[in-house]
Design a protein around this ligand. Structure first.
Ligand SMILES: [Zn+2]
Length: 100
């Protein structure tokens, strides 16, 4: 069975839990090593995130992508003919001709 407190850890860290939920989670953290470790991991991620510089790709992938696009079999697609909506004017004309 999954731990119902696991999903609250991020909100706890962000100060988004109300007083009662926060108190329950703090009590739980005193008893649950998994949540305590996960909370420590989340805190480490939050602390490191502002310093993450990203990473440049090892090589430019666009040329390979462009070549594959050129090689791909292209199947022409004929769009379906649009349905012609009924013309109220034509219908009105038909009704009027019947009334005469
Ligand atoms: Zn737990």
């Amino acid at each position: 069975m999954s731990d119902p407190f696991t999903g609250q850890l991020s909100a706890f860290l962000d100060g988004e839990l109300d007083h009662l939920a926060r108190a329950r989670l703090e009590t739980h953290l005193g008893e649950c090593l998994d949540c305590t470790r996960l909370l420590a991991d989340l805190r480490a991620i939050v602390a490191a995130a502002p310093h993450y510089q990203g990473r440049e790709p090892a090589r430019d992938l666009w040329q390979d992508i462009e070549r594959r696009l050129d090689e791909a079999d292209v199947v022409p697609i004929t769009p379906p003919r649009p349905r012609v909506p009924a013309s109220p004017r034509r219908d009105l004309g038909r009704v009027l001709s019947l009334e005469q």
